[in-house]
Unconditional design. Structure first.
Length: 260
């Protein structure tokens, strides 16, 4: 077995275990609606075939159904597919579940209008093959979105410490700068449509405190109580700051949308 295949097999075992433990999806952080909002602002979604690769819980895809999209959710972890199947049944929404490999998508060339993935590329030493497959299956004029952890963040430093101590849940993981992401997209053949970023919410401190509390039997809510008016002010200020290039080196998550 090649090193790449060994890594993929290891990752599959990790994610089977992860989604077995996270069957209660209410205890897993979502993407703060940023994926859906970015796609809404980029392309028409009504009756478009959109696929999430490495879909995990599939919650973004369920939101896209509300926008009129025809949503395909692909993952290679059976436990992930079970979570998505249950959520689709509970919400009464129609999605198409596929078990497959991100490096060898089971779709015809130029058969999809859009592809997206969040938290996927960082689990592979060479994710270029994933973006090459994205490019292959997207129709001309279609879009691909990749959402990944940003390199220059406290989260990154703590993550690499845990990796060295063999305490990181995924075993190994990397991260990207915005330049890294742009380079990967251009190499795959995409033109850059636009980039975006988002800060960690709730904060890294609160999330760390919450995980520590779990270990001693203290269960904090997923999000801390918000101060009335403060969230609105932060969002208004953030809209301007997020458009500035230096902000991309402060975000927790960054994303790029490329066009074929």
């Amino acid at each position: 077995m090649s090193p790449q295949n060994r890594e993929k097999q290891h990752s599959r075992n990790v994610w089977e275990r992860f989604w077995q433990q996270k069957r209660d999806i209410s205890d897993v952080y979502s993407n703060s609606k940023r994926i859906v909002e970015q796609l809404q602002n980029t392309m028409p979604l009504e009756n478009r075939w959109i696929c999430e690769v490495g879909a995990g819980s599939g919650r973004d895809g369920l939101r896209l159904v509300d926008c009129g999209a025809r949503v395909v959710l692909l993952d290679y972890a059976e436990n992930s597919l079970r979570v998505m199947q249950r959520l689709a049944r509970e919400t009464g929404k129609t999605v198409y579940l596929v078990q497959g490999d991100a490096f060898h998508l089971p779709f015809r060339t130029e058969s999809l209008d859009g592809v997206y993935h969040q938290g996927l590329l960082e689990h592979f030493a060479d994710p270029s093959g994933i973006l090459a497959e994205n490019y292959r299956v997207i129709k001309k004029g279609g879009f691909a979105l990749a959402d990944v952890p940003q390199r220059y963040h406290l989260y990154t430093a703590v993550k690499h410490l845990l990796i060295r101590l063999n305490k990181w849940f995924a075993g190994w993981e990397t991260e990207f700068s915005i330049r890294d992401l742009e380079r990967l997209f251009r190499t795959a053949g995409f033109s850059i449509h636009h980039a975006y970023g988002d800060w960690m919410r709730p904060s890294f401190f609160y999330r760390s405190m919450r995980e520590t509390g779990k270990k001693v039997g203290v269960h904090l809510p997923l999000y801390p109580p918000s101060i009335p008016g403060l969230r609105w002010l932060r969002e208004q200020a953030g809209k301007k700051v997020k458009k500035m290039r230096p902000a991309f080196y402060t975000f927790m998550d960054i994303g790029l949308i490329g066009r074929k």
